[in-house]
Every structure is written in structure tokens, then in C-alpha cells.
Design a protein around this ligand. Structure first.
Ligand code: PLP
Length: 638
């Protein structure tokens, strides 16, 4: 891996290695000092801030890592991008309707995020999507413009419907999207009881399916939505109640992170057919809601790979509008307001997780003896010989032998026939052979399959101060890949290869899938920790879904959250600061009373005094420690 000594590693080589220009979408890059930077656009030009300057600012405020860093400007810029791209596409294609974006609260429910979307999005009448009663209550309080749609998906009981109807009476644009046939009679009944006419939508169970992680949200087997037959029933029921003028919207959601633009076009086309037929049935209509699915290019490859997308937002908007027009213009139907429920694409960029590396465990061979004593155990002598003779011609054979001998050593150890020291020596010989095989295999033409990924078995383990389960749950649950890079030292060659383990002591608590242009790489190139006081890593594009789905595995709680706003003059302000959970917070979640725990422990300390195991002043120190721990951060403190 190390290049020749004369080669001076360049920042541009790090940029290529980590692909930051590709997945960074113009927001993230590296500066000449070898630090990761964030860039935001102002009318006067682009402003750049080093993420290490932000980290120093966080440390100076006494918060430390791990920390979730929000960059408010990026959220604003994505809202602008989505709205302006639709406006531009509509203008280019001479579309007569309008665009309205809505943010699905489930994607990131945090108050700060919803507030920013509503306040900044006001200029575009950006709305909200609620999928539960709790989300509806949030949306009703937060929504700021009567022009912004409030889309109600999910299960709706009478209380839910009454709240939505009352908001409609107050002038808000609330849409009840019927997802189950049973919902319609309740909406009709509550409308009759309150005398308020609802805006009704129907969620379609379309035949089209998207690729990506959530492809089951579309297609015949999707859990939600109405079939063609059930939609006909809705039309007939509304007709019978003289409420067909209330039916205004069709909606579908193909699933999140749709990587292929072709799937999006096919789904839009099918949906617009339904829309046209409902117009012809006499429904009022006027709105077509295309759900979420707009992807994020996590690996920067611009392909239809599951972590990528083979289109950009501009192309997405043009394709959607073009398909809507093709179907409706043929039939002479007026252009409706197009709504999208893009969650991931709106928030993913705005947040990154920053953590420090605590230590590294290297797969390094210790110094091996010049020569083993002749009376050494046979398996050890075999391993020594294998290391001595391995060459390009016998590579595969030596590899197989080494694997066999190591297995035998482990078997003998179990039976008590090999000492601990000899087992350690054997493991070191094995590692030395594998390293030699990796060096030599570069010289062979036809690579045996077994040897192809050998490097990835020789990785180091870097221990990061974070919990995958709390901060990056999708990486564990659905193998989601996020861009991961060191935030500094990028003017130096990263000479090691590693996976990153968290501190949950769970074997699944690790990052071992990293963004790459071709498929996924199993290790990350990383710097040697020798002579480094601190080493920070950033996991980028984590603003969507991660905060909501995180859990308290091993009682690691919410991390600190810090939000910054970058100013036009290149300075930045800390605009919000949320301290992470204390241990008292997380034990309370699992129904311990922190005060009771302190009392129980105090009783133990007092008993120890009586038993003369502790002096009174030692007891006091022990209790101070315990109580400080209870009120402290759940993560590792340096
Ligand atoms: C109904 C609905 N709309 C929108 C979304 C958001 O999708 P995305 O994050 O892909 O934009 C979801 C997410 O699952 C959803 O269920």
C-alpha cells in the first residue's frame, strides 16, 4: 500500500480515494490543508468552512464527540433545489399547474428540522406529510401557510379525522388520503357529523415496482393502497353521498431510494392514468401526489446501484412533468398541482455524525524467531517452512497449507496439546504467510477465487466512539452504505485498511461496508494512529431516517446535536445545541429511577465501610464517582 518514499501524497489523491467530489454533490470537498470542508452558495459566491474548525468549536464548548452536526444551510439549499428544479422543469415544458413539496415527518421528526423546513420553505408553500396522529398534531401546530398542503397518510380514527376537518375549516389544505377501504365510511360519517367537507385523496396500489431497499412499497404485494376495484368503490360511495367534489388527489409511494429513473417514469405514467380516469368519472381532482423515492447518491457512482441513482434532481423533475403532460394533454385534461413527498433527498445532506477514534487493533505480525528450535512442535515447523518457501508458483498451495495448519493448531489447542505461547506463535506465522500471499498475488495472472478478497481479511479494527445502533441504524438493519471519511490528515497517505467497530461490544456494532464506485468496499483506507493525539471521522448524509430509528442498545443514548449556520462572510454560528442523553436519562427510559439506583449503591458503600473495606473518605469518593457517572454522557470520555 505505501507508495515509494519520494512520492508526496496529495490532497487530490485523498479526494479520489474517498470519492468526495462525487457523493459530496458540491457541498463537501477537501481543502489544501487536507481537511474536509462544507461549501454553501450565496449570491455573492461560494463560502467554505473546514469541518475541523467546527469540531474544535464543539470541543471548546465542552460537548465533545460523538456529535451529530447539522448544517442548516444545506437543508435550505436542498429545499430550494427541489422547488426550483420543479419550477424550471415546468417552465421549460410549459406546464400550467404548480408544484408543492411536502416533507414526510417520519423521515426526521426533530423539532429543529421541521421548524427549519417550514420557516425556510414558506416561500415555496412547502408542506408536511403526517403518517400518524402524533405527526398530525405536530404538523397542525407547525404548518405556517394555508397554501401548504398537509397530507394525512396512515391509519385515521375519528379523533384524527375530526382534527383534520377542523383544520380544513380553519382554512388549511388538509388532504385525507384513503389507504384502506374502511377509512372512507368514517370520513363520510365525521364530515356529516361536523358539517365540514373534506379534501379526499386515494392511495393507489399501482402495479409498477421500484428497485431499491423498499421496493415492496409498490407493486401488487404492497401493504398499502387501494386496488382499481376499491377505487371504483370509493367513487361510487362518494357519488352516492354527493361528495365526488371532495375527491381531489391521487397518491402513490413506490418506496424510498429509487435508483432507476425508468421505474419512476413507469410509476408516474400509471398514476396519471388513474388521475385522468378519476377526472372522467367526475371527481374534482386537481392534485397528483407522487410520494417519496427521490434518491440520494451515497456512493457517487451515478448508477442504478441500490446506494446510488442514475439521474439528478433536474432530470427527475423533467421526466415527471413530461410524463404527466403526455397523458393529460392527450385527453385535454387541465394540468394538476404536482406534489412530491421527498424526505431523504431533503434532509440527508444536512447532517453528519462526527466521532473520534479511541484506538486501533492491528493485524500485525510480531517479530518471528530467526529459526525455530528443531524439537518444536511439528505444526509450528510446518508453518515456518510454508513461510520460507511461499512464492508465485506455489501460492495457492501454500495458502491452503497455511489455512490447514492453523486449523490443526486450533484443534490441538482445544485438546490441550499445544501451549498458549505456541498457539500465539502459530497465529503470527499464519498472518505472516497471508501478508506474503497478498504481496505475491499481485504478480499472478489468473487469480484463484479464494485469494481475491484476502486483503479484507487482514484489516485493522479501529474503535470509534459511537453506537451504530443509536446513530446509524440503517447501516446495521439494511446494510445501508454511507460515505465515511477522516475529517483531517487528508494531505497524508492513509496507509492502513480497517473496519470501524463501535463501542457497543456487539459483533454487529461495526461499519464494514463503505461507499465505492464499483460495488461496496469492505474496508476503509485510514491513517496510522501512531503519533496522533486525536483522529476524527465523519459519516456523511445521515440526516434521513437515522435519528428516528436509532435505539438504546447497550444503553448508549442520543448523541449531542449541534447545528451551525454558515454566514456569507465565511464565519459560522452555533445556532442550536442539544446535549446528548445522560446515563440517568437512558436508565429512566428502561424504568429505573436514577435516585433509587444511587440509594441502592450508597447502601452497598455503607456496608463496605462497616466491613472495613472502605474508609469513610473512600466511600465519599466512590459515591462522587457514581453520581458523576449517572449525570454524565453515555459515551466514552477522554
Ligand atoms: C408515504 C410516504 N411518503 C414519503 C416517504 C418518504 O420517502 P423518501 O424518503 O424516499 O423521499 C415515505 C417513506 O417511507 C412514505 O412512506
Amino acid at each position: 500500500m505505501a507508495k515509494d518514499l519520494l512520492h508526496q501524497w496529495k490532497v487530490s489523491e485523498s479526494a479520489d480515494l474517498y470519492g468526495i467530489k462525487e457523493w459530496g454533490a458540491g457541498y463537501f470537498d477537501l481543502n489544501d490543508k487536507g481537511e474536509a470542508v462544507v461549501r454553501v452558495r450565496y449570491p455573492s459566491g461560494i463560502v467554505e468552512v473546514s469541518l475541523m474548525d467546527v469540531v474544535q468549536g464543539i470541543n471548546a464548548r465542552g460537548l465533545g464527540s460523538p456529535v451529530l452536526l447539522r448544517i442548516q444551510n444545506l437543508l435550505d439549499m436542498q429545499i430550494t433545489l427541489i422547488n426550483e428544479s420543479f419550477r424550471k422543469a415546468m417552465k421549460t415544458l410549459e406546464y400550467k399547474g404548480e408544484f408543492r413539496g411536502v416533507f414526510p415527518i417520519k423521515v426526521n421528526q426533530q423539532h429543529e428540522i421541521i421548524n427549519e423546513i417550514i420557516q425556510f420553505g414558506k416561500q415555496y408553500h412547502h408542506g408536511l406529510e403526517a403518517g400518524s396522529k402524533a405527526e398530525l398534531l405536530v404538523a397542525l401546530a407547525m404548518i405556517a401557510s394555508t397554501e401548504s398542503p398537509l397530507i394525512c397518510n396512515g391509519y385515521k380514527d375519528a379523533e384524527f379525522i375530526d382534527l383534520g376537518l377542523q383544520a380544513t375549516q380553519m382554512g388549511y389544505k388538509v388532504f385525507f388520503v384513503v389507504e384502506m377501504p374502511s377509512e372512507l365510511p368514517l370520513i363520510i360519517e365525521r364530515s356529516r357529523a361536523t358539517g365540514i367537507r373534506p379534501n379526499i385523496g386515494v392511495r393507489l396500489k399501482i402495479a409498477a415496482k421500484g428497485g431499491g431497499h423498499w421496493s415492496d412499497s409498490g407493486g401488487d404485494n404492497s401493504l398499502f393502497g387501494l386496488t382499481a376495484t376499491q377505487i371504483v368503490d370509493v367513487v361510487d360511495a362518494l357519488k352516492a353521498e354527493q361528495m365526488l367534489d371532495c375527491l381531489k388527489l391521487v397518491h402513490y409511494h413506490l418506496g424510498s431510494q429509487i435508483p432507476n429513473i425508468r421505474d419512476i417514469r413507469v410509476a408516474v405514467q400509471e398514476t396519471v392514468r388513474f388521475y385522468a380516469d378519476l377526472v372522467e368519472e367526475g371527481a374534482a381532482m386537481g392534485y397528483i401526489d407522487l410520494g417519496g423515492g427521490l434518491a440520494v447518491d451515497y456512493d457517487g457512482s451515478r448508477t442504478n446501484f441500490v446506494h446510488s441513482m442514475n439521474y439528478n434532481i433536474g432530470e427527475y423533475c423533467l421526466d415527471v412533468i413530461e410524463v404527466v403532460m403526455q397523458v393529460l394533454d392527450d385527453k385535454g385534461i387541465e394540468h394538476p398541482t404536482v406534489i412530491t413527498e421527498s424526505g431523504r433527498a431533503t434532509v440527508a445532506y444536512s447532517t453528519l455524525l462526527v466521532f473520534d477514534v479511541l484506538e486501533a487493533s492491528r493485524t500485525e505480525t510480531r517479530d518471528l524467531p530467526e529459526k525455530l528450535p528443531e524439537d518444536s512442535q511439528e505444526l509450528l515447523l510446518n508453518l515456518e517452512e510454508t513461510l520460507r518457501i511461499v512464492n508465485v508458483k506455489n501460492l495457492q498451495e501454500c495458502y491452503n497449507d497455511a489455512v490447514y495448519y492453523r486449523e490443526q493448531v486450533r484443534e490441538h489447542y482445544k485438546l490441550g496439546q499445544i501451549t498458549l505461547r505456541n498457539r500465539a506463535l502459530a497465529e503470527n506465522y499464519f498472518l505472516a504467510i497471508m501478508k506474503r500471499v497478498v504481496t505475491l498475488k499481485a504478480k499472478i495472472k489468473r487469480m484463484p477465487a479464494e485469494l481475491e478478497n484476502l486483503e479484507s481479511a487482514l484489516f485493522d479494527v479501529y474503535y470509534g466512539n459511537f453506537s451504530v445502533f443509536q446513530s446509524l441504524p440503517d447501516s446495521w438493519a439494511i446494510d445501508q452504505v454511507f460515505p465515511v471519511i477522516p475529517l483531517h490528515k487528508l494531505n497524508e497517505e492513509p496507509t492502513r485498511k480497517a473496519i470501524i467497530a463501535d463501542i457497543t461490544c456487539d459483533s454487529d456494532g461495526k461499519l464494514d461496508r463503505f461507499a465505492d464506485f464499483h460495488d461496496v468496499r469492505r474496508t476503509i483506507p485510514i491513517h496510522d494512529l501512531d503519533n496522533l493525539d486525536e483522529y476524527y471521522i465523519g459519516v456523511f448524509l445521515v440526516g434521513a431516517y437515522q435519528e428516528t430509528l436509532g435505539d438504546f442498545h447497550n444503553l448508549f443514548g442520543d448523541t449531542h446535536v449541534v447545528s451551525i449556520r454558515i454566514n456569507e462572510d465565511g464565519s459560522f454560528d452555533f445556532v442550536a445545541e442539544q446535549e446528548g442523553d445522560t446515563i440517568a436519562d437512558v436508565v429512566s427510559i428502561v424504568h429505573y429511577d436514577p435516585k433509587t439506583l444511587i440509594r441502592l449503591f450508597r447502601e452497598k458503600a455503607e456496608l463496605a465501610v462497616r466491613q472495613k473495606r472502605l474508609t469513610v473518605s473512600e466511600r465519599r469518593r466512590v459515591m462522587d464517582n457514581y453520581e458523576a457517572g449517572m449525570n454524565g454522557y453515555t459515551y466514552f470520555k477522554r
